[in-house]
Design a protein around this ligand. Structure first.
Ligand code: ZN
Length: 349
């Protein structure tokens, strides 16, 4: 078994669900110290370092947290060229597949005494979006970057990722005893009106998904309810349609006493298929015998924040199958291919 695969197995054994990344961060600090690599670490646990030569730097990034596994600690099983975790356990190949490839890339880079400039960002808290909230982006000098954090076959190039925002609406009515409904205002009627006007729906033409995820209200069967909360999210691949939907929510509630609260904004991005970076990437994949495929994804990653900060970051398929479930698995071949693609990027960009 090669070093990268051994490292991957070691990394998934270090259980580091989102919010509890310390064990893997401690491992990474030791790993970096052993190689005498100078690095920055911020309060959230994001690790950043770079090697600067005479070329424009290229950023590589991976997240060190995973989703929570129902039974905790992972003991990976290697079977038939695939690695998985077993019943009620989630392997955490998202994103440790990429993390193992990236650390292997750093070792290769040092052994090779490469003359290229690279930067590495290892984030903590990607799964709940808390990782880059207070990150100092001015540390990053790269204008171009790559992450492998799309649950898709190796060779997948993500061309678009959505803008997302969560909303919460608190509707107010007036409570009364059910025997005297004329004294109250049943807030559910307002809720029904709202849901008719804003049903959960996919607007295919606009690349927009409007979801209602939570409805809560009422006090009892014999009380006219005065409180109703509806929560949901808007995600869209089109910036104008995204903001139009936000405006229509605001407008709907404008002359009411109901309260609308937005949170968790995530910026979207879009890459052109004929972008020179994408063309170059396609050539690299072809040379490695990997078929490139394009996807407009409704899922977000660190690439969203990084693109928003002016760094053109391409998100690529990580080869993970059935991610975030106990059927999650990855092939040894795909793990190695993440490293191979990254190495070719360093050599050719
Ligand atoms: Zn991920």
């Amino acid at each position: 078994m090669n070093k990268q695969i051994e490292l991957f197995l070691k990394l998934v054994k270090i259980y580091s669900p989102v919010g509890n990344e310390k064990p893997v961060i401690d491992f990474l600090i030791q790993w970096l110290k052993k190689r005498k690599i100078k690095f920055d670490i911020d309060k959230r646990g994001n690790i950043f370092f770079g090697f600067y030569k005479n070329t424009e730097p290229i950023l590589f990034s991976a997240h060190v947290d995973t989703v929570k596994s129902p039974l905790g600690k992972i003991n990976p099983i290697v079977n038939n060229q695939f690695i998985k975790a077993g019943k009620n356990k989630i392997l955490g190949a998202d994103n440790k597949a990429s993390l193992s490839a990236l650390l292997t890339l750093v070792d290769w880079y040092l052994e090779e005494k490469s003359e290229k400039s690279i930067e590495v960002l290892l984030t903590a808290g990607e799964e709940d979006g808390s990782d880059l909230v207070n990150f100092q982006f001015s540390k990053i000098k790269s204008k171009l970057g790559f992450v492998f954090d799309s649950i898709a076959p190796i060779g997948t190039i993500i061309l678009a990722s959505p803008f997302i925002i969560n909303f919460e609406i608190n509707f107010f009515g007036k409570a009364s005893h059910s025997s005297k409904p004329e004294l109250g205002v049943n807030v559910f009627l307002r809720g029904i009106d709202f849901l008719k006007k804003f049903p959960p729906k996919i607007y295919k033409k606009y690349g927009l998904i409007f979801n209602i995820g939570l409805i809560k209200g009422g006090q009892g069967v014999n009380i006219v309810p005065d409180r109703l909360t509806i929560k949901g999210e808007i995600r869209s691949l089109k910036k104008d349609k995204f903001f139009e939907k936000i405006d229509s929510l605001k407008k709907y509630l404008i002359d009411t006493q109901d309260k609308l609260i937005f949170s968790g904004f995530c910026p979207g991005y879009f890459h052109k298929k004929n972008d020179i970076i994408i063309t170059k990437l396609k050539k690299i994949l072809k040379r490695l015998g990997v078929k490139s495929r394009f996807e407009k994804s409704f899922v977000v990653s660190d690439a969203n924040e990084l693109n928003d900060k002016g760094i053109k970051v391409i998100n690529l398929g990580d080869g993970v199958c059935n991610a975030h479930t106990d059927k999650e698995k990855i092939s040894i071949k795909d793990l190695e291919r993440i490293f191979e693609i990254s190495k070719e990027i360093v050599l050719n960009f």
